[in-house]
Structure formats: structure tokens, C-alpha cells
Design a protein around this ligand. Structure first.
Ligand code: PEP
Length: 256
């Protein structure tokens, strides 16, 4: 069976200026001993304006923390006012970028086709996309959650070769659990993460599916991470609110 290194990624959303970013990264680095990073990979995903400061700190102090962005343009350059491209993020040393977060799907009208183009743009520039999928409450209540997530998964990965899929991280984030304090039960998280892996196996083979990391996201905290990551198909977490508090985030990472 493939061994998958757990990943805990902190999505800061539109919070913290670059000075606050430095303070938070210092807190996290201070709280987590170096040996911890051999076991679990930890990443922060600050707003674009903070990335250069985070890079300077990580490089300067040789921190083992990874960092990335919350979005990218499907284009490499050109007349796309306000957008930030894959080459720009790659130049800043970004390891990860979230793609298709439900807030972008909902507030910016991002559809599966655009999400897919962003996934491909990230891979083209050597950045690992964290492809977010997840159902709204009504979909879950009607029992359509697995089908919905599998459909977003396949659409997001469209056109990729199996070897490329190996380099993608998937985040199962039920929309009703994001920022609500209503975390999915470990069994609910496992049900969807296992279904996503099974769908990957069907399309790309067992070997690829067994190596892809699938995270759970939605109201994760130090008090609930332990039971979530005990699930066979949950390989870590995408953490929003709780990633803004250095002590809480480090505690949560230590329990993963
Ligand atoms: C997120 O925004 O990806 C998220 C999971 O948020 P929260 O942890 O605050 O629910």
C-alpha cells in the first residue's frame, strides 16, 4: 500500500498583512520542532501580498515550512488585470496553490472548466494544485454528495495524464462545514474521501489513486483533527480559521 505523507495546509483567506504574516510564520516555526516536519508536511497559503515576506523568512531561516497561494490565473501573462500567474508564483517558490475553493466558485463564478484550466496552469509551472471539491448542504441532504464531489473531481482533472494526477492534492471541503463550526463527522469525511480515491482508481489505476493525498477541510481544529486523520483515506487537512492562530495551528499540526 502506498504511504502518503500527511499534509496540513493553512488557508489564511483574505486575512493578515505582510507584517502579520511574518509574525504568524515565526510563531508556527517556533512551536513546531524541526523533526516534526519529517512526519507531516505543513504549508501556509497567505494572500498574494504576503507571499514575498513569507518566502524571505522561510529561505532566510531555512524553515521546513512550505507555502503557496490561494488562486492563480489560467494564463501565463498578458492583459488580465488583477490576476496573478503560475510563473509569478513559481518564481516566489510557491509549492502549493488552492484551486476551485468553494468561495471562488461561489463569489467569483468559477466553473469546472476554469478550475480545470487553473489545475493545468499550476502543474505546467511545477506548483502542486490543491483541487477543492465539496457539496452544498442541499446536495448532501438529498444524498447526492458523493456523485457531486466525484463530478467536480473528474472535471477538475480533465485532460491530465495519469502521471500528472499523481502530483495533485485533492481537498474534500463540504461547503456547509466551511467557516461554520459544523465539522463533518470522521465517518462522513471518510465516506467521501474513499469514494474520491475509488473514482481516481477507476480512471487512473490503483497505483496512482493510492499515492494521491486527499485532505478534509471544514471547521478543522485541534479538538477534532485527531479523529479525522485516523480515517484511512484522509491524508491531512485544509484549515481556514484555525490556521490564523499560531498556537492553535501548531497544536493542530502536532496532533495530525
Ligand atoms: C477553508 O476555507 O478552506 C476552510 C476549511 O475554512 P474553515 O477551516 O474556517 O472552515
Amino acid at each position: 500500500m502506498a504511504t502518503r505523507q500527511p499534509l496540513i495546509a493553512g488557508n489564511w483567506k483574505m486575512n493578515l498583512n505582510h507584517l502579520e504574516a511574518i509574525a504568524l510564520v515565526q510563531k508556527i516555526a517556533f512551536a513546531l520542532p524541526e523533526k516534526y516536519f519529517a512526519k507531516v508536511e505543513v504549508a501556509v497559503l497567505p494572500p498574494f501580498t504576503d507571499i514575498r515576506s513569507v518566502q524571505t523568512l522561510v529561505d532566510g531561516d531555512k524553515l521546513l515550512l512550505r507555502y503557496g497561494a490561494q488562486d492563480l490565473s489560467p494564463h501565463d501573462s498578458g492583459a488580465h488585470t488583477g490576476d496573478v500567474s503560475g510563473p509569478m508564483l513559481a518564481k516566489l517558490g510557491c509549492t502549493y496553490v488552492t484551486v476551485g475553493h468553494s468561495e471562488r466558485r461561489e463569489h467569483h463564478g468559477e466553473d469546472d472548466d476554469l478550475v480545470n484550466r487553473k489545475v493545468r496552469a499550476a502543474l505546467k509551472h511545477g506548483i502542486t494544485p490543491i483541487l477543492c471539491v465539496g457539496e452544498q448542504l442541499e446536495v448532501r441532504e438529498q444524498g447526492g454528495h458523493v456523485e457531486h464531489c466525484n463530478s467536480q473531481l473528474i472535471a477538475g482533472l480533465k485532460g491530465l495524464k495519469a502521471e500528472q494526477v499523481r502530483d495533485v492534492v485533492i481537498a474534500y471541503e463540504p461547503v456547509w462545514a466551511i467557516g461554520t463550526g459544523r465539522v463533518a463527522t470522521p465517518a462522513d469525511a471518510q465516506e467521501v474521501c474513499a469514494a474520491l480515491r475509488a473514482r481516481l482508481a477507476e480512471k487512473y489505476g490503483d497505483e496512482i489513486a493510492g499515492g494521491v493525498r486527499i485532505l478534509y477541510g471544514g471547521s478543522v481544529k485541534s479538538g477534532n483533527i485527531g479523529d479525522l486523520v485516523k480515517q484511512d483515506d484522509v491524508d491531512g487537512a485544509l484549515v481556514g480559521g484555525a490556521s490564523l492562530d499560531g498556537e492553535e495551528f501548531a497544536k493542530l499540526c502536532a496532533l495530525a
